[in-house]
Design a protein around this ligand. Structure first.
Ligand SMILES: [Zn+2]
Length: 305
């Protein structure tokens, strides 16, 4: 059963420092805290050729405080973002669930060399799914005992990410971003013109107005042993383009699309329509989430649970 939730932006570039949020059931026994920590790094020629020493780590020290991440790329190199979320009960004296330096150390000492080793062996054949799953398996036994590892996410680009969640380690999530531009008018025929103006304000303008919509589509599935992917990315992107983007892009949603001929094209309804279009077509993966950004301050999403 899908459900919609509106919230605030929580993309990778907004989360340079540790943040915490209340969690409904992350910790044993119910209430608890979730803590997120992110690292950013490049795997460059020095890692691949072993210039940082046998450990692949000590020779790259000291860790610098570069906003763009550590190590920085020497030359042109893959730039990756890892985000780990842990949960538990904070220490009553320190207020810490875990010192974030411990999470940094965990990720840097184990995730970066793991990524470097895999990239040096597999090169461009390495898939995001295999890398994030491999890093998850590497760090999971090493998470400080007071924490529960909830998830590990990795951004291969600012818009393409992979995630593994505690509970079903056979599944990897893949999220890709798309865009379309469209105009719409928020208007309900069953309401009077005055009520429509009161409820929808400027959005009730008779000739409509436009948005540049961004759509994040998340699918989840087992990693195919042959391809190393949840879905072949080009096929996945082509399907979303054909079924969603081509249908909505540069259209007046109310008058140019069947979907919104009798359905108010609110961002909530746009998210639901996209969910309903894509949900039956994602086999062998499953649709996990559709998030539609209407503005930089507003999104609506449908999720699988
Ligand atoms: Zn609008």
């Amino acid at each position: 059963m899908a459900q919609s939730v509106a919230g605030i932006y929580n993309g990778p570039e907004m989360a340079a420092n540790a943040t915490s949020e209340r969690a409904g059931g992350g910790a044993a026994g119910g209430r608890g805290v979730r803590l997120m920590r992110e690292i950013r790094f490049s795997i460059d020629r020095d890692w691949v050729r072993g210039a940082h020493g046998d450990s692949g780590f000590e020779g790259a020290l000291p860790v610098t405080n570069s906003w763009g991440g550590w190590p920085s790329a020497v030359g042109v190199a893959p730039y990756l973002v890892l985000r780990v979320i842990v949960s538990g009960t904070p220490d009553p004296v320190t207020g810490y669930l875990v010192n974030i330096q411990e999470l940094d150390n965990l990720l840097r000492r184990h995730a970066i060399p793991e990524a470097a080793q895999r990239l040096s062996v597999e090169g461009v054949r390495l898939t995001g799914e295999r890398l994030v799953a491999g890093v998850y398996r590497k760090i999971a036994p090493l998470v400080p005992p007071q924490c529960r590892l909830e998830s590990l996410s990795m951004w291969a680009t600012p818009y393409l990410s992979y995630a593994v969640r505690q509970g079903d380690l056979t599944m990897v999530e893949l999220t890709q971003c798309f865009e379309f531009s469209a105009s719409h008018r928020l208007h309900v025929p069953g309401l009077s013109d005055e009520e429509n103006r009161r409820v929808f304000g400027k959005c009730n303008n008779p000739n409509g107005h436009g948005h540049n919509y961004q759509v994040e589509v998340t699918v989840a599935g087992p990693v195919d042993a042959r391809t190393g992917s949840v879905l072949p990315l080009p096929a996945f992107e082509s399907l979303v383009k054909r079924e969603v983007i081509d249908r909505l892009d540069h259209k007046h949603l109310n008058s140019d699309t069947e979907e919104f001929a009798r359905l108010n094209p609110s961002v909530e309804n746009i998210a639901r329509v996209i969910w309903e279009i894509l949900e039956p077509q994602m086999s062998p993966a499953r649709l996990r989430r559709v998030r539609v950004w209407e503005t930089a301050k507003t999104y609506a999403e449908y999720t699988s649970g």
